[in-house]
Ligand binder design. Structure first.
Ligand code: FUB
Length: 435
């Protein structure tokens, strides 16, 4: 669990209550779904047992959907819930992931779900590919042919069949030439910059292979090709080495007219090479399709639109959280919990319009509750309402509380600041204002 100082006002990394790694964004139905790994607290190696999903419609307020797939999903997997990618096809979501099998060898599995947020089940009841390499990336070309690229130290691809759970032919190795993937010095076994973490896609007729380069520490580089299987031309660095993690891992999407570059670093308190966090930057492709240099920021990206406070908002929809954690709610989805005096969540760009009159929250408390203070623009900004939460008889015994609101007009960042006695105060499942 990542605890953050109250002074932090940035929006990167985009998830603060757990460590996340290996971002794989997917645009679906007006939202960006972000599939990640989960570095466990205090890890001193890649201690990763589950994957996580978050989503956003505005790129700054992210909803935590929890962990809809884990090592337990794959009965044959024992460890290493590492870097994967999900794709949508014919009404289903397929999530390709590398794992270490119970027999100790590395393999790639595929989960399937009817929903982008899962739950995912093992699509084939066994590994899809077993050749001891990692980091699958998946892309469906305009002609319907799907490709799964993967690999460290080599770079492989297979042509997936239309069912997305089998493939034709054998895994094929992409020749790692210096013309295609750059020149590395100092490692006779790895003459090119290609290391791992490929991210494969097509844009305006050009195929892109973005990858983690050199080791260690890694930087993010890319190559392009006129076709899905090459020949590849090395295009250089996108994100230079930076960010307190010896790995980096990229995922790129276009969303709502903008281009976004997801990556990970060690920027949260306690962060490092095994306690990483996913962040995002906005960028523009150059006219010739090349990608500019992108540096890590703590500011994050501009909000797409605003957030509507007059419809139910999940408590786990957060631009920045301090002190809270999330867990599955007995009412479905997730709730925030482990709330103590002074903890808060920030929800960015909330459009109150001509004014809010009241605030309602769904809460539960196994102790004696506390207060929800509603502040504008900072934790010490104007207080527009305060709701009292009483004990409800259990941490999942849900009750609805309401309180009047004055002075909430226009568009502001909303800070839900939690206050009260000592220890854990209450959980929150959702909230909503009335106008
Ligand atoms: O997260 C574990 C591994 O670290 C991933 O599979 C690699 O891409 C690197 O990010």
């Amino acid at each position: 669990m990542a605890f953050l100082p109250a002074a932090a006002q940035a929006d990167n990394p985009i998830v603060q209550h757990i460590y996340t790694a290996d971002p794989a964004p997917l645009v679906y139905n007006g939202r960006v779904y972000l599939y990640t790994g989960h570095d466990e607290d205090n890890s001193t190696t890649f201690r990763m047992r589950e994957w996580r999903v978050s989503s956003s419609s505005d790129m700054v307020n992210w909803t935590d959907h929890g962990s809809p797939m884990s090592l337990a999903t794959f009965s044959w997997a024992g460890a290493d819930a590492w870097a994967g990618q999900a794709v949508y096809r014919n009404g289903k979501f397929y999530w390709y992931v590398p794992v270490r099998m119970t027999n100790g060898s590395q393999a790639i599995g595929v989960g399937v779900s009817d929903s982008p947020t899962g739950p995912f089940r093992d699509a084939i009841g066994g590994p899809l590919i077993q050749n001891a390499e990692i980091d699958p990336t998946v892309f469906i070309d305009d002609d319907g042919q799907a490709y799964l690229y993967y690999g460290n130290p080599r770079l492989w691809y297979v042509r997936l069949n239309a069912d997305m759970t089998s493939y034709s032919g054998s895994p094929t190795q992409i020749p790692l030439t210096t013309a295609g993937f750059g020149t590395r010095t100092g490692d006779a076994n790895r003459p090119t910059q290609y290391e791992e973490g490929p991210w494969f896609y097509k844009r305006n007729g050009l195929y892109y292979m973005v990858f983690a380069a050199k080791c260690c520490s890694e930087f993010i580089a890319y190559s392009t090709s006129p076709g899905p299987t090459g020949p590849w031309t090395y295009r250089g660095t996108i994100m230079p080495t930076q960010g307190s993690s010896f790995t980096n891992h990229a995922g790129l999407v276009d969303f709502n007219g903008g281009s976004y570059f997801f990556y990970h670093n060690g920027a949260l308190p306690g962060g490092g090479g095994y306690t990483r966090s996913v962040a995002v930057e906005k960028f523009s492709y150059n006219a010739d399709g090349t990608i500019p240099t992108i540096n890590m920021t703590t500011a994050g990206v501009p909000q797409v639109g605003t957030l509507n406070p007059y419809v139910r908002q999940e408590a786990e929809t957060i631009a920045w959280g301090s002190g809270i954690e999330t867990e599955p709610s007995s009412e479905g989805g997730m709730n925030i919990g482990w709330i103590e005096n002074g903890d808060y969540t920030k929800v960015k760009g909330v459009a109150f319009g001509t004014g809010a009159r009241s605030f309602t929250a769904r809460v539960a408390s196994g102790t004696s509750g506390g207060r929800i203070e509603l502040h504008l623009d900072s934790t010490t900004g104007p207080t527009v309402g305060t709701c009292t939460v009483s004990g409800t008889g259990g941490w999942q015994s849900w009750s609805t509380v309401s309180c009047p609101v004055t002075g909430a007009t226009g568009t502001h960042d909303l800070y839900l600041r939690f206050a009260g006695g000592s220890g854990y105060l209450f959980n929150m499942n959702w909230w909503q204002f009335t106008s």
